[in-house]
Design a protein around this ligand. Structure first.
Ligand code: 9J3
Ligand code: ZN
Length: 301
């Protein structure tokens, strides 16, 4: 029971309705803050509550700026472009680096920069030292780019160095597995139609979402994406999404299914944002753009 202030006090006090509303809000765990407010119970949560439409949209809630990183100014990778939320009002953001595939440059995966950054991540799409670099080299380069991003880049103060992940296409996707294997502190990995001669990934402890493409003849899912997924530890938060009517090069242009589930995976595991669990569990069902989806539910990390 609320104690009444003594009658005749000169101080303002909330009316009975306001007191009742605040009490109900406190009991059910609501806040009385505005739409941009952060939940007190997850300091890493960024942006408004998601909907199916908001994660499928061409752009998320954050305006995005970008800055070019010259290859001449860095070591260990080939430079690139950093995409980041323009506003500094929401504190730091989680960050990812993204590698292109064999013979590719950052332009082949550049659509992911603004698409993911506008949801509240710092996204560094990189060039590799040479376009012929193999997956193990691409893995080291993804990590060198993360180190540059968090320690030296002009946006380093906007990045939370404890919330990092990796993505990549083809040999870059194989590289994202190499990066996760060698740096267990990574919070998320997303290989896109990955290619690697190493078919087994039991060493990975980073939550990993593997995308395959049903029509991939360069990295066929039966010898790449599927064994990469199935050899991840069964105790790990992991998922396999096989794109329907897709090819090895589907990840090289804007794709709503890739964006939607990548955003959900990055939010869920880099930001610990359980508001996105609804898009991952129960497991998505096959449909026009999903040939097959495998994974564990509920998630355990
Ligand atoms: O990065 C990729 O597209 C790997 C596929 C490939 O061309 O492998 C052949 C060596
Ligand atoms: Zn292996």
């Amino acid at each position: 029971m609320l104690k009444q202030a003594p009658t005749g006090t000169p101080h303002r006090r909330p009316g009975r309705l306001a007191v009742a509303a605040a009490t109900i809000a406190a009991v059910v765990g609501l806040t009385l803050d505005g739409p941009g407010a952060h939940a007190a119970d997850n300091p890493y949560e960024r942006g408004p509550a998601p909907t199916e439409a908001s994660i499928e949209a061409a752009r998320g809630p954050y305006a995005v700026s970008q800055t070019t990183v010259s290859s001449l100014s860095v070591t260990g990778f080939g430079g690139g472009t950093i995409y980041y939320p323009t506003s500094t009002a929401d504190g730091t953001f989680g960050a990812i680096t993204v590698s292109p595939g064999y013979t590719g440059t950052q332009s082949s995966i550049s659509w992911l920069g603004p698409r993911l950054a506008s949801q509240g991540f710092v996204v560094f799409t990189i060039d590799t030292l040479t376009t012929l670099d193999q997956p193990d080299s691409r893995g080291r380069q993804l990590l060198a780019a993360l180190d540059y991003l968090t320690q030296s880049s002009s946006v380093r103060s906007r990045v939370d160095g404890s919330r990092l992940g990796v993505m990549g296409h083809s040999m870059g996707g194989g590289g994202s597995l190499e990066a996760a294997k060698s740096r267990p502190s990574l919070q998320a990995a997303i290989p896109l139609t990955p290619w690697n001669l190493d078919k087994t990934w039991p060493e990975v402890v980073t939550p990993t979402l593997v995308f395959g493409a049903d029509g991939d003849t360069i990295a066929p899912v039966a010898t790449h994406a599927e064994p990469f997924y199935s050899t991840l530890p069964s105790s790990l938060d992991r998922a396999y999404l096989e794109l329907n009517n897709a090819t090895h090069f589907t990840p090289n242009s804007s794709n709503t299914t890739i964006a939607k589930y990548s955003i959900s995976w990055l939010k869920r595991f880099i930001d610990n944002d359980t508001r996105y669990e609804q898009f991952l569990c129960p497991l998505p069902q096959p449909g026009p753009t999903i040939e097959e989806y495998r994974g564990n539910c509920p998630h355990t990390s």
